[in-house]
Write a protein that binds this ligand. Structure first.
Ligand code: NAP
Length: 318
């Protein structure tokens, strides 16, 4: 039986509606959440991402502002901008869109963001809070993975979870969230021996690798849940053929997109996995839409933690 497709777009839309209701009640109490985005220079991909984030803010009622310093902005100028946003009470979230130009010390700029406003959840203080299970801001994509599981009634406690990928922004936080939810967690990477055998142990398999269709059917235990975080732009006809050439996986819509645009977005999981897994997130329309929804959620959470009744101090995590 083909896998149940987990509809990330629907789940993200539900979360955005919940966030909008929360924003409305906070705004009525005089505490409208606010997000500031810093976008340096003119990176076309970054401009598209930022547009999506600002539009999402408008839709859920979050105040947003964009700061667009020139490509030539120095580390010190960006630090001054971050400091100013740190000081402003009506700004709850600060997002520095990456990548920054090569002459800028990116780590220094990211470290300067007040952890209480770090809606990306990348600051070491928030990483520490996550690993010690204290209230803090959790990276958006990993938090989205957990939302998909929870809202699809896929229990995590006691399950074997295997995460392929150990990046600071996806693999490690997903693994920590799974551990906090009482899964037995294995984290794999490029040096893992016999990756298919390790993956086949998984009740829940998370692929966060960045390699189109690498996870094939022989990596998956029959009936397992497979979460595909990968977002890969395929432009090579041979790769397209490997993924969608088989009679079973022919996909007329994909073929049309590939023919007209010359590319298509695919995950790390091969389409044949749908014949083995019990449940599967598609790409596009799976984990992707959750990232912005969780950014909206984090901005509201940051407002409540910092400005709400139980004032949250990043230093104490209380
Ligand atoms: P990354 O920093 O490049 O990390 C990739 C990880 O995969 C590394 O840990 C690497 O191992 C591991 N890896 C690479 N090749 C491997 C192989 N052959 N076997 C086993 N492990 C292998 O990537 P990332 O930032 O975590 O992103 C991963 C994917 O998620 C990308 O496709 C990205 O576009 C996507 N993503 C999606 C969203 C979303 O909103 N849906 C958000 C963020 C990222 P080593 O550590 O040993 O090098």
């Amino acid at each position: 039986m083909p896998a149940k497709i987990l509809d990330g777009a629907k789940i993200a839309s539900d979360i955005r509606k919940e966030v909008a209701a929360e924003v409305a009640s906070l705004a009525a109490a005089g505490m409208r959440p606010g997000l500031a985005v810093i976008l340096v220079g003119h990176n076309p991909a970054s401009e598209i991402y930022v547009r999506g984030k600002v539009k999402a803010c408008q839709e859920v009622g979050i105040y947003s502002e964009q700061h667009t310093p020139a490509e030539t902005a120095t580390t010190d100028e960006l630090l001054a901008m971050v400091e100013d946003l740190n000081r402003r009470d009506e700004i709850d979230g600060i997002l520095v869109q990456l990548p920054l130009p090569p002459h800028v010390d990116s780590k220094k700029v990211l470290m300067a963001v007040d952890p209480a406003k770090d809606v990306d959840g990348f600051h070491p203080v928030n990483v520490g809070f996550l690993s010690t299970q204290r209230p803090g801001l959790v990276p958006c994509t990993p938090a989205g993975v957990i939302e998909i599981l929870n809202r699809s009634d896929i229990s995590i406690a006691g399950k074997e979870a295997v995460v392929v990928g150990r990046s600071d922004i996806v693999g490690k936080p997903v693994a920590m969230l799974m551990l906090n939810a009482n899964a037995t967690v294995t984290v794999c990477h490029s040096k893992t021996h016999d990756l298919p055998a390790v993956c086949r142990r998984a009740d829940i398999l998370v692929a966060a690798i960045g390699r189109a269709g690498m996870i094939t059917g022989d990596f998956v235990k029959p009936g397992a849940t497979v979460i595909d975080v990968g977002m890969n732009k395929v432009t090579d006809a041979a790769v397209f053929q490997r993924l969608f050439g088989g009679r079973l996986y022919k996909n007329a819509k994909r073929e049309e997109i590939f023919r007209t645009k010359g590319s298509t977005l695919v995950g790390d999981v091969h389409p044949e996995v749908a014949e083995v897994a019990g449940a599967l997130t598609p790409v596009p329309g799976g984990v992707g839409p959750l990232t912005i929804a969780m950014l909206m959620y984090n901005t509201v959470k940051a407002a409540k933690l910092r400005r709400g009744s139980g004032q949250w101090s990043a230093a104490s995590g209380q």
